[in-house]
Ligand binder design. Structure first.
Ligand code: ATP
Ligand code: MG
Length: 565
């Protein structure tokens, strides 16, 4: 695993539970967790929280974490999702070894468990319509009432259930329900459905089954089959825990599983401002083409994050920082970005790129001449050395680094002012040209030959401005995509009820930039800091040898603070 050097994890309530159980010897020191995605969409940043938690616990306690595809629902699941999920978990640096499982491989056991429940008097076949069943269920304030079919004999239930399986009834004609308590204050214990008839092709089991287990029934059995110790899920399953325990207790009595039984533990899911973390809505963004696909760099999916240039290490830092708790809350997106920025600040080599180029002509520099200037690859890591950047008579500079009439406090180029060309010479602005439309076409200057950075006397001329540049004759022209947040409000849809209303119309700007020559051969997924601009990654899809396309991962500073919270 690539997270071996990570600092010791902070304590949290789940670790406390495990420590206490270890002290009592409950599991004999065994920690076996699982990450159980349903393959009905791509993983997102919320899943990353769950992955770091589950795989992190296994790593820290010398246990194992299973990757389990929770594929009990035949309708929306696809191999494409299975592949993408597998790749994303690996990308985060985790390895499940031999512990790759599919819930659908347990359908036979789940069926046997259901027959056992019937035989033991803990389940019955109900034939109410869906609407009647809703009526009988009661409400939060009103008890439910028993279905007239609740008193069917064991023989009749078994016979009907077997016929359900054999395909003798149409979809929806009957359901198998656990027989618990229709008067329970917890609605989840009012005889929850555990099997339904559904003629649907399953990606793994094909047409073998026409009845499928309900998620709340299947999940505890999956955990028990795999000898999971701690079954960690999000808070909305808290009210399901009594059923989880009821079911496994009955099946343990029936000899299916031995004790101690897996323990469900709930934690608060990740909610991030400016981000949508609902699979259903992410699917909508893709299908309605509001984004270019699941891996659009603006998507909060892990494939999108990867393409955006966010790093697994940045994600790890983020999940460590936000911790694990029992209370729901919102994390500001700037916290996520700050973690990514911190990691990239350490790891990304520095390069020069001019994103909004205008020519700077050095009138007293010889035509056709060029020389090398030397720039550090990382100012805090001198061991990474320096690289040569060619300097010549015509350079590209940022349009905003010149002003015809400078505002107060402007220290960059304007007629009569001098600045340092970073790693090069001090130049004095002598004038500018306009094009036919009146725009600035070129800026003119003269250089001071004795001021080259790194040479004796370079500092003899003091200037306040310091700007970056690339030599026009040597620059590489490339597409750069400037990404911003996909949504313009902190909680998309909160005002209007429709999250699409809050899409940020300026979430991507595609420009052509002038890059220093060293960037020309950037490998896909290589990250750099473009000095003064931010962190950029060579797009892993569109980058070709010698022709990189860059995505802006994150700016150098948080520009949303003023606008946002
Ligand atoms: P759905 O609502 O469609 O089931 P889901 O996001 O719960 O979607 P799963 O595939 O069931 O998707 O999730 C796999 C695991 O990831 C689950 O254990 C779930 O608890 C966890 N998970 C999902 N979303 C978040 C989130 N926002 N924060 C933390 N964990 C999450
Ligand atoms: Mg789920």
């Amino acid at each position: 695993m690539s997270h071996d050097n990570a600092p010791a994890p902070a304590a949290n309530f789940i670790r406390n539970i495990i420590d206490e159980q270890n002290a009592e010897g409950k599991w004999g020191g065994r920690v076996e967790t699982r990450f159980p995605p349903e393959p009905n969409g791509y993983l997102h940043l919320g899943h990353a929280k769950s992955i770091f938690l589950n795989f992190g616990l296994a790593r820290d306690y010398g246990g194992v974490c299973h990757l389990r595809f929770d594929d009990t629902n035949p309708e929306k699941e696809e191999q494409e999702y299975v592949d993408a999920i597998t790749e994303s978990v690996k990308w985060l640096g985790f390895d499940w070894g031999e512990h790759l499982y599919y819930a659908s491989n347990y359908f036979d056991t789940m069926y046997a468990c259901a027959e056992h429940l019937i035989t033991a008097g803990h389940a019955y076949v109900d034939s109410l319509t869906a609407e009647e069943m809703r009526e009988y269920r009661g409400t939060l304030t009103e008890k439910g009432k028993d279905s007239p079919y609740r008193s069917r004999s064991i023989e009749e239930n078994l016979d009907l259930f077997r016929k359900m399986r054999a395909g003798e009834f149409p979809d929806g004609a009957h359901v198998l329900r656990a027989k618990i308590d229709m008067a329970s204050p917890n609605i989840n214990l009012r005889d929850p459905a555990i099997y339904r008839i559904k003629r649907a092709h399953h990606h793994n089991t094909g047409d073998k089954w026409c009845i499928y287990p309900m998620y709340t029934y299947a999940h505890p059995i999956e955990d028990a089959i795999e000898h999971i110790t701690h079954s960690i899920c999000t808070l909305e399953f808290e009210d399901q825990r009594p059923f989880y325990d009821w079911l496994l207790d009955k099946l343990a009595i029936g000899g299916f599983f031995s004790r101690p039984l897996p323990q469900q533990i709930e934690f608060a899911r990740l909610n991030l401002t400016y981000v949508m973390l609902s699979k259903r809505k992410l699917i909508q963004l893709v299908e309605e083409k509001h984004v270019s696909g699941w891996d659009d760099p603006r998507m909060p999916t892990l494939v999108g994050a990867r393409r955006r240039g966010y790093t697994p290490e940045g994600l790890r830092r983020f999940t460590d920082q936000i911790g694990v708790s029992k209370s729901d809350g919102w994390i500001d997106y700037s916290v996520f970005e700050a973690c990514q920025r911190d990691v990239l600040n350490d790891s990304a080599p520095r390069r020069v790129a001019v994103l909004d180029p205008v020519k700077l002509v050095i009138d007293n520099y010889p035509e056709g001449q060029s020389e090398d200037c030397f720039a550090p690859n990382h100012p805090q890591q001198p061991e990474l050395g320096k690289r040569a950047i060619p300097f010549s008579k015509e350079l590209w500079i940022e349009r905003e680094d010149f002003e015809e009439t400078p505002p107060k406090g402007y220290f960059r180029l304007f007629p009569g002012n001098s600045v340092r060309l970073r790693y090069g010479y001090v130049v004095k602005c002598t004038g500018f040209d306009r094009d036919a439309d009146g725009n600035i076409a070129a800026v003119h200057c003269e250089y001071l030959p004795d001021t080259k950075s790194g040479t004796p006397g370079a500092d003899s001329v003091k200037v306040k401005g310091n700007i970056h540049w690339v030599s026009a004759a040597h620059a590489h022209d490339a597409e750069v995509r400037l990404y911003d947040r996909l949504f313009k409000t902190a909680q998309p849809g909160a005002e209007t009820g429709n999250f699409l209303d809050d899409l940020n119309a300026d979430s991507v700007k595609v420009i052509r930039a002038q890059l220093e020559p060293a960037l020309k051969d950037a490998a896909p997924e290589a990250s750099f800091q473009f000095e003064r601009h931010g962190y950029f990654v060579a797009d892993r899809v569109d980058t070709q040898p010698g022709a990189p396309v860059f995505n802006r991962t994150v700016t150098l500073k948080d520009s949303w603070v003023k606008v946002g919270s």
